[in-house]
Ligand binder design. Structure first.
Ligand code: DER
Length: 227
């Protein structure tokens, strides 16, 4: 099984869990892309309709609209029933690192306002302790150099994410600092520190947010891990 085939399988299991008439959150990334394809297929085959769909990136929005789904803003809905998203790493406690796609701020805002969060991943993302992926931190441009220095002093090895020779800008016009800490010794401690650092808009530590992970394994089986 190639990695894409695994992503596709995990995405299918999640798409089958989506209930007609519900409020659905749709994340971002290459695994979610398959999830949207499966939703499109359910729409075509069984006329799946949803009360609302909100999404975490313009890429996912475009793809959903290409299947004829209407996409609403999070501000226009009360609460999301289920959000399906990918993740960059997920540990044995179902805590994760997200933000590889630079959409972490909207992803976290949708996730914490969802009654249930399911992540779809291939086996390569599953780790015992959060490691092997740089932690994305979204920072305001105004104080980005000072924040970078502060994080350097903490030994967190921040580097700006680049887009060619320019700093990459997020949907909200901010920058991303990727922190090279692997493994992350105390995720809750680091999350707390970042939550209290002025200039940090959001970070990619998603702790106690995910309820269920659907893992596609290279031996062809699917593992569903629930909190
Ligand atoms: O959190 C993120 O931004 C990640 O990119 C995540 O959604 C996984 O993306 P992937 O399915 O392309 O690996």
């Amino acid at each position: 099984n190639t990695q894409d085939e695994l992503k596709k399988e995990a995405a299918k299991v999640a798409a089958d869990k989506v209930q007609a008439g519900s409020v659905l959150g749709v994340g971002t990334g290459s695994t979610v892309k398959f999830f949207i394809d499966w939703l499109g297929e359910r729409k075509e085959k069984e006329g799946l309709t949803l009360k609302h769909i909100v999404t975490t990136s313009s890429r996912s929005k475009k793809q959903l609209e290409s299947y004829g789904f209407k996409v609403d803003e999070l501000a226009d809905v009360d609460e999301v029933d289920l959000t399906v998203d990918g993740a960059d790493r997920v540990d044995s406690q179902l805590n994760g690192i997200k933000g590889g796609g630079a959409a972490l701020t909207l992803e976290k805002n949708v996730a914490v306002n969802s009654k249930k969060n399911i992540w779809i991943v291939d086996e390569s993302k599953v780790v015992d302790h959060l490691s092997g992926f740089k932690l994305p931190v979204e920072v305001l441009p105004v104080s980005c150099m000072q924040v970078k220095k502060r994080l350097e002093k903490e030994g967190l090895n921040p580097e700006f994410r680049m887009n060619g020779n320019q700093k990459l800008t997020t949907h909200y016009g901010n920058y991303i600092l990727d922190l090279d800490v692997s493994p992350i010794p105390v995720p809750a401690g680091l999350a707390d520190y970042l939550d209290h650092t002025v200039g940090v808009v959001e970070h990619g530590l998603f702790l106690n947010i995910c309820d269920e992970v659907i893992v596609a394994k290279s031996n062809g089986t699917i593992q569903e891990i629930k909190r």
